[in-house]
Design a protein around this ligand. Structure first.
Ligand SMILES: Nc1nc2c(ncn2[C@@H]2O[C@H](COP(=O)(O)OP(=O)(O)O)[C@@H](OP(=O)(O)OP(=O)(O)O)[C@H]2O)c(=O)[nH]1
Length: 179
């Protein structure tokens, strides 16, 4: 087994342990880990991304925001680059939700290329998931609002990865949203 395979298995195992008790908001209660794995797969399978640190950051991207993981722990375990990418895509959960959403739009254009890739794939996964099924308790208006807000974030990432952006653009178009 080559070393990048070992590294990726260590990373996915770490993420799975951290998210082990969490579920997605869909009616089936899909295991949360399906999301970070899916985000990493979009980057590798659909985006052709081979930068191992980007794929690791995709697998870990919600560990700091949603579990007891710290950036220092990621730095010790996976190194400074992976920790920095995760930091860039982590919302400050102490802020009110609307402020967090506003900051994502404001910060997106200033992220590193590596963090922009993770953000693109994260949004593509979540928007596809919304088309697949509506999270418990969400109205059609809330779904549409998420699409509109997502389009504002994605607008700030233009030029990061044209092929992934085209897929996002098609999803927005179906909802009547112009990028
Ligand atoms: N579409 C969908 N999303 C789900 C589901 N389960 C959990 N989520 C998560 O919910 C978040 C979006 O819901 P919101 O109400 O807007 O945000 P909040 O959870 O932070 O309050 C996303 O988090 P996030 O990763 O922080 O992304 P983002 O808000 O930064 O885009 C998404 O990953 C599901 O079944 N379907």
């Amino acid at each position: 087994m080559n070393s990048s395979t070992t590294v990726l298995l260590e990373t996915v195992n770490f993420a799975a342990e951290k998210h082990r008790s969490q579920r997605r908001k869909d009616v089936e209660g899909t295991p949360y880990i399906n999301h970070p794995i899916g985000v990493a797969r979009i980057l590798s399978h659909e985006g052709g991304i081979v930068d191992i640190e980007v794929l690791q950051a995709a697998l870990l991207h919600d560990t700091v925001e949603d579990t007891d993981t710290s950036i220092a722990e990621l730095e010790i375990t996976f190194g400074p680059t992976v920790a920095r990418i995760v930091q860039e895509v982590t919302d400050d959960k102490t802020l009110p939700k609307q402020e967090r959403k506003r900051l994502q739009v404001e910060h997106a254009p200033h992220c590193s290329q590596q963090a922009k890739l993770v953000k693109l794939a994260d949004k593509l996964y979540n928007l596809r998931d919304l088309n697949r099924c509506t999270p418990t308790g969400w109205t059609a208006e809330r779904v549409q609002e998420y699409f509109v807000w997502g389009s504002l974030v994605i607008r700030g990432l233009k030029g990061t990865h044209p092929a992934i952006e085209e897929k996002l653009e098609a999803l927005f178009k179906q909802r009547g949203i112009q990028l």
